[in-house]
Design a protein around this ligand. Sequence first.
Ligand SMILES: C[S@@+](CC[C@H](N)C(=O)[O-])C[C@H]1O[C@@H](n2cnc3c(N)ncnc32)[C@H](O)[C@@H]1O
Length: 219
Amino acid sequence: MGWYADNIFPHLMEWVMGKEEFQRQRREALAGASGAVLEIGLGTGLNLPHYPARVTWLTAVDPRPQLPALIEARSVGLSFPVEILRLDAERLPFEDARFDCVVSTWTLCTIPNVLAALAEVRRVLKPGGSFLFLEHGRSEDPKIARWQDWLTPVQKLVACGCHLNRRMDELIRAAGFSIDLLERYQMEGVPKPGGAMYRGRAVPTTTAMRTPIKAASGL
Ligand SMILES: C[S@@+](CC[C@H](N)C(=O)[O-])C[C@H]1O[C@@H](n2cnc3c(N)ncnc32)[C@H](O)[C@@H]1O
């Protein structure tokens, strides 16, 4: 897995996730980002060109920043400084309420302890700050969801830990967020098990009330 993860998967990811439809969705999802932003799971930096001018600072974490030369090239000429840290989102070294906005695109599927990462996202967000997410996850269609359950063990191998069947909205709420915008749709040009999308915005709830997670959250 190490050699594949270092040498093949980043190129595969760049090729698939750099396609026009993915770029369009990134642009739309990031349009509301502003101020000091944290991105979890930077990948190959495909989001970098899509941040709007209202962003003043970007910190990005990823345990394996992928294709560093490409990330560096994408960081040049941006209107805000970019700080990249080789870290897991489950343990963020930032003080509470440091960021105005946290962004996650196609990353909550892969983080091993996704609830711990979401709790960290909540902790480092300012009260009233935005968590912007663009994620694939468990389908609303039971037949597709069944396929997602069957295919997830294989997907985890070929896509370096990616789960097809996580219920993103439930996980986000369970970590102490309220979701004020949520779009569910099937992404065009992506096979159904991998294209059940969750796009939206969540804000930290004022009290850390946890919504219980149902059994099939895909953890
Ligand atoms: C499918 S890629 C998506 C990359 C990028 N967000 C994008 O939209 O192109 C998932 C990313 O999550 C990262 N990742 C895996 N485990 C993580 C963790 N514990 N914390 C933060 N990122 C993680 C991977 O290294 C990978 O770059």
